[in-house]
Design a protein around this ligand. Structure first.
Ligand SMILES: C[C@H](O)[C@H](O)[C@H]1CNC2=NC(N)=NC(=O)C2=N1
Length: 97
């Protein structure tokens, strides 16, 4: 089972990622997209990435054009390397990398 990371480690890693935060045993970010379908498409792209990685974030499309992603490792009960890796992969996806 992947091991839980300390708050210091998590916050140091998140400092490299724009607008990601650590709260309630998870890392999360909210984007404001161009519209509802853009937000849905981004959520779907993340869903495919997540399924390939077998690591599944919580995805919420809300307030018309916002997407909130929350990532935690259920089996560990908090944030592990797998969550930070997923956050990094989502950022690369968003920026076309
Ligand atoms: C069997 C399967 O690999 C596990 O249930 C995976 C699936 N996706 C998962 N996703 C997340 N976020 N945390 C987990 O502990 C987890 N476990």
């Amino acid at each position: 089972m992947p091991e839980l990371l300390s708050q210091d480690t998590i916050e140091n890693r998140l400092a490299e990622l724009e607008d990601w935060h650590y709260r309630d045993s998870a890392v999360h970010k909210t984007w404001k997209l161009k519209g509802f379908l853009t937000a849905m498409s981004f959520a779907n792209a993340i869903a495919h990435l997540a399924n390939e990685a077998d690591h599944h974030p919580d995805l919420s499309v809300h307030d018309y054009n916002r997407l909130t992603v929350r990532i935690t490792t259920h089996s560990a009960g908090g944030v592990t390397e797998n969550d930070l890796t997923m956050a990094e992969r989502i950022e690369r996806l968003r920026h076309g990398g």
